[in-house]
Design a protein around this ligand. Structure first.
Ligand SMILES: [Zn+2]
Length: 193
């Protein structure tokens, strides 16, 4: 059982109780992460880094998103931001109280910050991101007590498939780059001959 403490909510008018430490996966987490993984595959189909996210309130998916930064030429078009925007539009409220944000990959500072602004109650992610992760890797935005909202974090849900998608994507990108270099050096050799 995670230790709990009272937490002042952003509006200052009310308090919410949030777990302070790592929270264990629930039985629903795997099912909702499967929805996020479907979004990650949608990103992959666009040749985007395969990250997907969903927002769940009261056991219902209210927002979905997948990474579209290249497709939309938008550095903020991360899966989580898109899912949060989708959820806020769906429920007609910028505050997603009681929401759980599922992401296949550890949210970055921008996305963890957006989740904090939205008052997300819990963040569940698959694999850590050692280069951008802000939910335990480089920083820990959801559990930073100086911020006016904190969220519980659960990691490792759906990790195997999330990792396989990422590893497969970056491997294919490396192979494409190697093929391009080989083709270029072939061309160079012919020009030189
Ligand atoms: Zn992000």
């Amino acid at each position: 059982m995670p230790r709990r403490r009272r937490c002042r909510d952003g509006d200052g008018a009310e308090t919410t109780t949030v777990p302070e430490t790592m929270s264990d996966p629930t039985t629903e987490d795997e099912a909702f992460m499967a929805e996020a993984l479907a979004e990650a595959r949608a990103a992959l189909a666009l040749d985007e880094v395969p990250v997907g996210a969903v927002v769940v309130i009261d056991g219902t998916v209210v927002g979905r998103g997948h990474n579209r930064t290249r497709t939309d030429t938008d550095p903020t078009a991360h899966a989580e931001v898109r899912a949060l925007r989708d959820a806020a539009a769906a429920i007609g409220d910028q505050r997603l109280r009681g929401a759980v944000l599922y992401s296949t990959v550890e949210p970055c500072f921008m996305c963890a910050g957006a989740a904090s602004h939205a008052r997300v109650a819990r963040i569940v992610f698959g694999v850590r991101d050692p280069k951008f992760g802000a939910c335990g890797s480089i920083g820990d935005v959801p559990r930073e007590g100086r911020l006016n909202h904190t969220s519980a974090v659960t990691e490792g849900v759906g990790a195997e498939e999330a990792r396989a998608l990422m590893v497969g994507f970056f491997r294919s990108k490396r192979e494409e780059a190697a093929e391009r270099r080989a083709a270029e050096s072939d061309g160079g050799a012919r020009e030189g001959a």
